[in-house]
Design a protein around this ligand. Structure first.
Ligand code: ADP
Ligand code: MG
Length: 308
């Protein structure tokens, strides 16, 4: 659709903020962007849409932080494949009542994070309507041929690891987290990653995605789950654990490796963030949580559910 005058101004402004920084690429300004696939690479594509009222609310979000989150969640998907982000397309449904400064602020949040991760904005679409803010990002990434890490691939005996700390992502962390692009790439160069996912729905739910795709089960040691200090220490232990298992929007990496590689990671963590061994993959196709008293409970799909 032809953009209104303000939208035309906005696109011109975006173009000035994002000069082409990559070779073999035509970005904003034509009917489509064009890019030459890098030699000996596979290309990764993902898209994620964020809606005001569901994925963020004003406050605690600001227009910048909402824009930042929209790109960051897409970066997290590229990280989960151990890919490098390359470029992105941004589609906005802007509330008519908010005006051009609001639109610029949303784009500024996106542009700042794009620069941090050297991502070229190569296009998008800009519309306004009477509804709330909707931001869709389509991201393109690359990985060396057959080097991206998929969900299937977990094997009985594998050790299960998680980066960072889990739980309590609302109200702030989901707006300010660092996508684990560099960490995933370092891990992929250090060990053989059998399977990987980013934690968006919650540890319990996302581990189940890996397990189902790999036709295996798991046993997690409840005492090792890294519970974030974002969750109050005053909460009962069981409640804190439940938050870490199922709050979601942690955007940490969950992955499995052979025990040998697992030992190497424990001996010398190549990351500058916490890396925790939380359990093992089993051939029984169910997932259990092992408690300190020796009892085991089923790790149900207790993650955050998208409201449809
Ligand atoms: P068309 O009519 O061909 O869809 P538009 O007028 O919608 O073109 O957009 C003009 C150019 O600006 C296109 O290259 C498009 O990809 C880009 N663009 C539009 N909105 C955005 C945005 N929010 N972020 C980045 N690029 C955008
Ligand atoms: Mg358009």
């Amino acid at each position: 659709m032809a953009p209104s005058f303000h939208e035309f101004d906005l696109i011109q402004w975006i173009r000035e903020q994002c000069p082409n920084s990559k070779a073999n690429l035509i970005g904003i300004g034509d009917d489509t962007a064009i890019l030459q696939p890098p030699l000996n690479s596979e290309m990764l594509f993902a898209t994620d849409m964020l809606m005001e009222g569901t994925h963020f609310t004003f406050p605690p979000a600001t227009p910048e932080r909402a824009g930042r989150k929209a790109l960051a969640v897409n970066l997290s998907d590229i990280a989960a494949m151990a890919g490098q982000p390359h470029s992105a397309l941004i589609s906005l449904a802007l509330p008519k009542s908010k005006g051009p400064e609001f639109a610029k602020a949303v784009m500024q949040g996106i542009i700042n994070l794009a620069k941090e991760f050297q991502i070229q904005l190569i296009g998008g679409d800009t519309n306004s309507w009477d509804g709330p803010l909707v931001i869709n990002v389509a991201i393109i990434g690359t990985a060396p041929q057959s080097k991206s890490v998929k969900r299937p691939g977990a094997m009985p005996g594998d050790w299960i690891f998680v980066t960072g700390e889990l739980g309590g992502s609302l109200p702030d962390h989901h707006l300010s987290f660092t996508p684990r692009i560099h960490e995933a790439s370092t891990l992929n160069q250090t060990v053989s990653l059998h399977s990987m996912i980013d934690i968006s729905d919650g540890l319990a739910s996302d581990l189940n995605h890996i397990l189902r795709e790999s036709n295996v089960g798991a046993i997690l040691d409840a005492t090792t789950i890294p519970i974030s200090n974002r969750i109050s220490a005053d909460e009962p232990k069981q409640t804190r654990l439940q938050h870490a298992l199922s709050d979601g929007e942690d955007f940490e990496l969950l992955f499995t490796v052979s025990p040998e590689d697992g030992k190497q990671l424990l001996n010398q963590n190549p990351l500058s963030i916490k890396l925790t061994h939380i359990g093992e993959v089993t051939s029984r196709q169910t997932a259990f949580l092992q408690h300190p008293d020796g009892s085991q409970t089923s790790l149900e799909d207790s993650g955050w559910k998208h409201e449809l």
